[in-house]
Write a protein that binds this ligand. Structure first.
Ligand SMILES: *Cc1c(COP(=O)(O)O)cnc(C)c1O
Length: 480
C-alpha cells in the first residue's frame, strides 16, 4: 500500500481557496521559508486512501474483539447523536451559568446516576481517564489524612492482582506501595493483608473484579481490616460491567471509587480518544473534590468549587461529551437494563470459558465475572507454541487477539472479555475458532510461529514500534 506522499503528483489541483477580494495585509510574524510539502492528490484519491486504511483497521465493528481488561464493546450509535446535539457540542466552557443550564443539568444527572451505581455520596467528572481518576482518588485520601493532622500514613497497599496503573498512581501521588500477594485461588491473601495494615497505612487500592476476572468473596473482611487500621479503601471500578446495578462498592466498605466511562458506560475505547474517569467518594471526602460542584440556587444551576478542594486535575469540568454519552447510555438502559447488561457480560464470559476450557486451561477455575484468564504454560512446555503464537493465529481467523501476558501473575496468559453485546452465534463461532487454532498448534507446532499470514505486516518488532515510531515522512529517504 502506497503512502499518501507516494501517491502525490506535483501540480494536481487541490487548492479550493477563492481569489482574495479584500485588501491584503502583511502578517506581522515570520512565516516559514519553504512551502509546506503537502501531498497533492485529487479528492477521490484522498477518500480512497483513507477508506483503504480504515479497511485495514481491526475494530469492534469488523469482528469479535475480546481484549480483556479493556472492554472493547459495541457502543450504541444513538449516543453519538446525543453528543452531536449543537447545544452540547458547541458549548464553550466559559459560557456563563445562565447560558449553560442544560449542560450543567447533564453533568449533575450523570454525577447523581454514577453516585447511585457506585454507592457513593458525591462524584466529580473531572479526571480524564481511569489512571487519572486513581491519582485523583489517592489525592483525596492524602488530603483526608493530612486534614486530620495524621502525617504517618504513607503507605498504600496494592494486591498483586491489581491493574498495573494502581501501583503507578499510588507512587505518583507520593505514597509508598506495599504489594499484597494473592492466595492460590486468585484472591487477596487475607493473612498477608492483616499483617501489612497498621498506623502507616493510608489505604488499600483494590481492583474488583480483579485482573484475573474474579470477584473477591472476602471483600467485606478486606475493607474492614483496612478501616480498623485507620486506612481508607479505594475501589478501582474501571471495569464495572460485571457488577453495575447488582452490588455497589459503597456498600462493600469502599470510600473512594473511580469508573471508566470509556469502558463501562459507552464511549469507544482505544486509539487514544477522549476518556473519562469520574471519581466518587463518601460524604466525609466531598469537600476535597476537584473540579466544579453544581448547586441549585434560586432555581438556577451554578458552578461552585469545594471548599477544601485538592486543586484541579485538568482544565474545566470534564470531557463533557463523554459524560453526555454515559448519561444517555444509563438513561436508555434504566434501572432494569443496567443490571441486565452486567448479567449479560458475566454470562457471555462464563459461556465462552466453558466452551473452551477443556483445551485451554484456566488460570483459576472459578466462576468468572466479565472476563477470564487462560494459561498456556503447558502448551509452551510441550510444543514450544506460546500464548503470543496462538493470539497471532486468531488474527488469521478474523478475531482480534485477547490481551496477552497480562495479568503478570499468570504465565503465558491470554485474557478474554467477550462483553455483553455479543450474540450467542458469535460466541459459538469464537469458541470453534479458539478450538481449531489450538488443535492446529498441537498438530503442527512448527507452523505456529508463522502466523499471522493474512496481514500486511506479520510480526513487527512491537517494542520498537512503540518506542521508535516513524511518524514523519522523510522526503530525502523515502521508504521502500
Ligand atoms: C483500563 C483500566 C485502568 C486504567 O484506565 P485508563 O483510562 O486506561 O487510564 C485502571 N484499572 C483497570 C482495572 C483498568 O481496566
Amino acid at each position: 500500500m502506497k503512502l499518501i506522499f507516494e501517491q502525490s503528483a506535483a501540480g494536481r489541483g487541490t487548492a479550493y481557496l477563492p481569489e482574495i477580494d479584500v485588501p491584503q495585509t502583511a502578517p506581522d510574524f515570520k512565516g516559514r521559508e519553504t512551502p509546506l510539502r503537502l501531498p497533492e492528490l485529487s479528492e477521490i484519491q484522498v477518500d480512497r486512501h483513507y477508506t483503504a486504511l480504515a479497511k485495514e483497521t481491526r475494530g469492534v465493528n469488523g469482528g469479535f474483539y475480546p481484549l480483556g481488561s479493556c472492554t472493547m464493546k459495541y457502543n450504541p450509535a444513538l449516543l453519538e447523536d446525543a453528543a452531536a446535539q449543537p447545544g452540547f457540542r458547541d458549548v464553550h466552557p466559559l459560557q456563563p451559568d445562565a447560558a449553560a443550564q442544560g449542560c450543567l443539568e447533564v453533568m449533575r444527572k450523570a454525577e447523581a446516576y454514577l453516585a447511585e451505581i457506585t454507592g457513593m455520596d458525591a462524584v466529580t467528572l473531572q479526571p480524564a481517564a481511569g489512571a487519572h481518576g486513581e491519582f485523583t482518588g489517592l489525592l483525596l485520601i492524602k488530603a483526608y489524612h493530612r486534614a486530620r493532622g495524621d502525617g504517618e500514613r504513607t503507605k498504600i497497599l496494592v494486591p498483586d492482582s491489581a491493574h498495573g496503573t494502581n501501583p503507578a498512581s499510588a507512587a505518583m501521588a507520593g505514597f509508598e506501595v506495599v504489594n499484597i500477594p494473592s492466595d492460590g485461588k486468585g484472591y487477596v491473601d487475607l493473612q498477608a493483608l492483616k499483617a501489612a495494615v497498621g498506623p502507616d497505612t493510608a489505604g488499600l487500592m483494590l481492583t474488583n473484579p480483579n485482573t484475573v476476572g474474579l470477584f473477591d468473596p472476602n471483600i467485606a473482611e478486606i475493607t474492614k481490616a483496612v478501616h480498623e487500621a485507620g486506612g481508607l479503601n479505594y475501589y478501582d471500578g474501571a471495569n464495572l460491567n460485571a457488577i453495575m446495578g447488582i452490588v455497589r462498592p459503597g456498600d462493600m466498605g469502599f470510600d473512594v471509587v473511580h469508573v471508566n466511562l470509556h469502558k463501562t458506560f459507552a464511549t469507544p475505547h482505544g486509539g487514544g480518544g477522549p476518556g473519562s474517569g469520574p471519581v466518587g467518594c463518601k460524604d466525609f471526602l466531598r469537600g476535597f473534590l476537584p473540579g466544579i460542584r453544581i448547586a441549585e440556587e434560586d432555581g438556577m444551576l451554578r458552578r461552585k468549587e469545594a471548599e477544601a478542594r485538592i486543586g484541579d486535575v485538568r482544565s474545566f469540568g470534564s470531557n463533557f461529551l463523554v459524560a453526555v454519552k454515559a448519561l444517555t447510555y444509563m438513561m436508555i438502559l434504566g434501572r432494569e437494563g443496567i443490571p441486565e447488561t452486567a448479567a449479560g457480560a458475566v454470562l457471555n464470559a462464563n459461556y465462552l470459558m466453558h466452551r473452551v476450557k477443556d483445551l485451554y486451561p484456566m488460570a483459576f477455575d472459578e466462576t468468572c465475572m466479565h472476563e477470564f484468564v487462560m494459561t498456556l504454560e503447558a502448551l509452551k512446555e510441550e510444543t514450544g507454541v506460546s500464548a503470543l503464537d496462538l493470539a497471532k493465529a486468531l488474527i488469521d481467523h478474523g478475531i482480534h487477539p485477547p490481551t496477552m501476558y497480562f495479568p503478570l501473575i499468570v504465565h503465558e496468559a491470554l485474557m478474554v472479555e467477550p462483553t455483553e453485546t455479543e450474540p450467542r452465534e458469535t460466541l459459538d463461532q469464537a469458541a470453534d475458532t479458539f478450538r481449531a487454532v489450538m488443535e492446529a498448534a498441537r498438530q503442527h507446532p512448527e507452523e505456529a510461529h508463522l502466523a499471522p499470514l493474512t496481514t500486511r505486516v506479520s510480526r513487527p518488532d512491537e517494542v520498537k514500534a512503540a518506542r521508535k515510531p516513524v511518524i514523519r515522512y522523510d522526503f530525502d529517504h523515502p521508504m521502500d
